[in-house]
Every structure is written in C-alpha cells, then in structure tokens.
Write a protein that binds this ligand. Structure first.
Ligand SMILES: N[C@@H](CCC(=O)N[C@@H](CS)C(=O)NCC(=O)O)C(=O)O
Length: 202
C-alpha cells in the first residue's frame, strides 16, 4: 500500500462521504475504494468492527468508526481543534449525528405503513428535538466552532444534506429549516472551496 485507502460503499453519502471530504480538505492523495453491495457480505468479517468506512494508512492496521477516522485526519491536518475541551465539544456533536443515524436505522428495514408511521413519529418529535439540540450547541457560526471548518462540520453537513435532499420518505425536506445556525453550517460546508472542488471532480 503506497497511499491511504478509504474503503466505503459506492455512494456519495453518509459516513464514507464525510471521510472522503475530510481527506480532500486535508489535501491527502488517497485511493477511493468503492465496494459494490454484492461484494460486502464476504468482506464484512474482515473489517475491524463489521462496518464501513475503513481507513487504511501505510504502516498501520485498518482504522474503523467514522468519528475515529475523522478525528485522526482532523488532528493531523488542522481540521480538529487543538484545545482539548473544544475538541471534545466537536466530538460530542459528531456523536449527536451518530445518534440521529441510530434513530433512523430501524426504519431502513421497514416498508409501507409501518415505515410511514415510524418516520412520521420521528419527524414529529425526535428530529425537531435533534435539530434544536444541534442549534443550541453551534456558536457564532458559520461553522460549528466559528470561522474555521473542522471535521465535525462535515459530519453535520452530511446529516443535514440527507434530509434536505427530500429523499427521506415521510420526512419533510424542510425538517431542519427552522434552525438557522444548523442550516448555516450546511450552507457554509456546501460552499467551501475544498468541498466544491470534490464535487467538481466527478
Ligand atoms: N459506528 C460506525 C458505523 C458503521 C456502519 O454501520 N456503517 C454502515 C454504512 S454507513 C455499514 O457498514 N453498513 C453495512 C453493515 O453494517 O453491514 C461508524 O461510525 O463508522
């Protein structure tokens, strides 16, 4: 292995895409390994914890769990706070995004009326509470920690972008529209030159 490899599914979404964006913003030349769904079952047990993304760095065992990957990239490349308390605050909001994904996850295996009821219940209660909690933890903006982009912003961006896309059935695309700081983080990441350059490449 000559250069870092980021292994994820073949889709520009979620935990894998936020790690790709972090590597891009860090200026790291990496191999963007995209796994087809059909190949995953045979690979799953070979990964550290049975999930993707996995980051492979020359000279190290594979690293899993998106927060660990993001924090490592961030610490090494100026995309995670150097102050330990502020760093922990950023790790907290990243866990907040993981909590959101965990709340949504059971609905992926549902269909029909069951899925609709579960999603509408989340949209009525959990999702607004999630947005309000994110909002009150964002300081002056435009990013989570202020003027500078960090890896935590990438994780917030991917979460908000997912809902704003309108592709989450039975949840209004405007679910987070009432949280201007949260939407501000989304917009600031979307408009960041490094992020724009990643999407311009394809
Ligand atoms: N805590 C892990 C979760 C990893 C995870 O569940 N990844 C999903 C894709 S976003 C996955 O690998 N799903 C397939 C599976 O669990 O078999 C992280 O933050 O990376």
């Amino acid at each position: 292995m000559n250069k870092p490899r980021l292994i994820y599914f073949d889709a520009p979404v979620s935990r894998g895409e936020e790690c790709r964006l972090a590597l891009r913003l860090a200026g790291i030349d990496f191999e963007d390994v995209r796994i087809k769904g059909a190949d995953w079952p045979a690979m799953k047990a070979q990964t550290p914890y049975g999930g993707l993304p996995v980051l492979e760095l020359p000279g190290h065992p594979p690293l899993a769990h998106s927060i660990a990957i993001l924090v490592l990239i961030g610490r090494r490349h100026g995309l995670h706070p150097t102050d330990d308390f502020e760093a922990a605050r950023h790790e907290g909001v990243m866990q907040h995004v993981e909590d959101l994904r965990a709340a949504m996850a059971p609905t992926f295996d549902m269909a029909g009326a069951e899925k609709q009821a579960a999603r509408e219940a989340l949209a009525a209660d959990y999702l607004p509470a999630w947005g309000a909690a994110a909002e009150r933890n964002i300081e002056a903006g435009p990013f989570f920690g202020g003027e500078k982009i960090h890896v935590a912003d990438l994780k917030l961006y991917m979460a908000v972008r997912w809902f704003s896309s309108g592709k989450v059935d039975h949840v209004p695309a405007t679910i987070f529209a009432g949280y201007p700081k949260l939407m501000g983080v989304h917009d600031a990441v979307r408009d960041h030159p490094g992020v724009k350059s990643w999407y311009a490449k394809s």
